[in-house]
Design a protein around this ligand. Sequence first.
Ligand code: CDP
Length: 807
Amino acid sequence: MNDAPSPSSLERADKLQGMGCKRKRVEDVRFTQGKGNYVDDIKLPGMLHGDFHRSSHGHARIVKIDTAKAKALPGVLAVLTAEDLKGVNLAWMPTLAGDVQMVLADGKVLFQNQEIAFVVATDRYIAADAADLVEVEYEPLPVLVDPFKAMDADAPILREDIKDKTEGAHGARKHPNHIFNWQVGDRELTDAAFAKAEVTTKDLLTYQRVHPCPLETCQCVVSFNKILGELTIYGTFQAPHVIRTVVALIAGLPEQKIHVISPDIGGGFGNKVGAYPGYICSAVASIVTGLPVKWVEDRIENLSTTSFARDYHMTTEIAATRQGRVTGLRVHILADHGAFDACADPSKWPAGFSNIVTGSYDFPVAHLSVDGVYTNKAPGGVAYRCSFRVTEVAYAIERAMDIMAQKLGLDPVDFRVRNFIKREQFPYQSALGWEYDSGDYHTAMQKAIEATNYRALREEQKGREEAFRRGETRELMGIGVSFFTEIVGAGPSKNCDILGIAMFDSCEIRIHPTGKGIARMGTKSQGQGHETTWAQIIATEIGIPADDITVEEGNTDTAPYGLGTYGSRSTPVAGAAIAMASRKIKAKAQMIAAFMLEVHEDDLEWDVDRFRVKGNPESFKTMSQIAWAAYNKVPPGMEPGLEAVSYYDPPNMTYPFGAYICVMDIDVDTGVHKVRRFYALDDCGTRINPMIIEGQVHGGCTEGYAIAMGQEIAYDESGNVKGASLMDFFLPTAVETPHWETDYTVTPSPHHPIGAKGVGESPNVGSVPCFANAVNDAFKFLGSTHIPMPHDAYRTWLAAEKLGLHA
Ligand code: CDP
């Protein structure tokens, strides 16, 4: 590589629109013109429509299902129940977490809105009307919604199918409603650290149950071709290849005869990783009727049945010295998994990567224990814009650090900085088993406090508190700080698989004779802009303009096998595969160029978009010339063509981090808040497209704001799901959404071919504790320690009431 690029090299580099450039999103050309192709846009000849009859009870035995009236409605072709599915051995399906789940209620229902019967009709509205005509006789059973009561001696037994099993997929079960206990860290050393600690804190920090809420719900169109024995499935799948393999395994169809296609997807956020009853029922209905069947979830179904997230109850203890050095961390998590354990985690991680709970701090010892339990709630446990339970534990550690700082009388920033892992400690081995690849936390925090003028804000806050005490204002000021470390890029095959398939990812690049090309990946964008950014990596690597590379994802017939897009794994894993495939192409191109220029390969050097002869820059071959030669003038013995495939198994995860600061004003008489400032500094290593990163941060912070300040899927004592419509579930619009200030530092990942880490999940992980800390910070001077999420106006008002502020 030439050390000092010439002006013409810089100009040529600009034209490539490679890495680091704010290339405009190419996918938006079709989206902004209403020309996206979503599942609901797919209309096949003779297509039928499916809809569910769902349970009105949270827990009940099914005495009888009468489908006669539904079947009698003109236009209805079939009504499936569990009895029909048993005929094809599909009444139950395996979950990603090693459990089994009813496809249609088999003998009992375990959560409200559970699928009981699937109606297939010629029209969506006839299907819905017929679903209402299905009659179910129930015998109500006692309902269990409180996870803390799940393992009581007199708790109702939910999963009668496994009640006598003392071993589950993740080890011993100590109660019929117990799923697993998972532990990591050194308990003895941790207990010893607590026994001699000068200061300790212990708090139950609950991250409430929420649901991802993509604008497009889960949906599919399934078409079975009886003559060819082929099944084509269009669906909102974040991981199309995994769906193909799961269908092959559970339906017993040859995998090459299953074609899974994810067209455009309108947001995923983890919601579209798993397999749902709607997919199975549509496939069976298509096989039974011989016609294509479409299933489209409505909003209430989406919010109340497909894939909850969080519901982690985290008892978090920190041990520290009086001077403010942490000496131990002890965490117990009670995980409410709902009626079936359908968590979408890599197989060996029943509680995801929750052992990242030590966060950005140098804890010498730590211990984490997680108990998963069944309750009468919807299954799921997905990583809602998060990398497998990372956001839950980021909330726990970031709240707990604030609480400890308060107890020690230290500023939350100063306490954090005192305990940061230092730059020279990377690669850093955490007490709970991870090797953090790179970081520079002190620089990031320093930049954040300077950018927000943090010290002045604290002075202002002091003034406000005094004014409040004097009765001159009813508005409190909270300053929220969070400093998160993420773990993304699942993952290395040594510790990550799904159903036994290692979590590598892939890229295939084909450069055509005219120097243009197509690249296909095993990932699937749901709005992240892969078509834009993947081409940028290729442009920089092989010198072909990004505009000349078409990026295609989501068709299992054409894309190389990959594990899909979730948990910010795309850049760390597929991004690396893209660079490696590009490098294979470049290596072949160098050989072709050497042959064309009649020099040895070692006599060539790379210059943006060409190989040139060292010391003779006028003698060169551009990638476009080389591409042409690859199809007619390759060196003797070389195969023609310019194509490469890479399957990349990362050696480690990547560990992005960030410093977030929020300034909030809260009216104690109404509980209403105003976000005055929100500053988000992210470090995701090498930045591929700064504009897309900014968009990711805006989106993630908006979802984090929604969660912290209002979202909750709660259940009443009878198992009725509350908040399952957008009338009740807080989805911020442009009106409520605060203004986001973004910033960055760059600490490349040492093991990633281009030094990039993921970013999509980071803002959700970092912003939730930041908002929560801001609310708590406002009330701290009045003696309040912890106000639980979500922080909607009523609950904030209630917190003020409890502190006697309304007297
Ligand atoms: O897996 P997912 O696509 O959700 O997350 P990601 O890997 O964090 O990438 C989200 C988007 O941000 C993609 O378009 C990436 O190419 C882009 N990105 C980037 O431009 N630079 C980075 N260092 C990381 C992500």
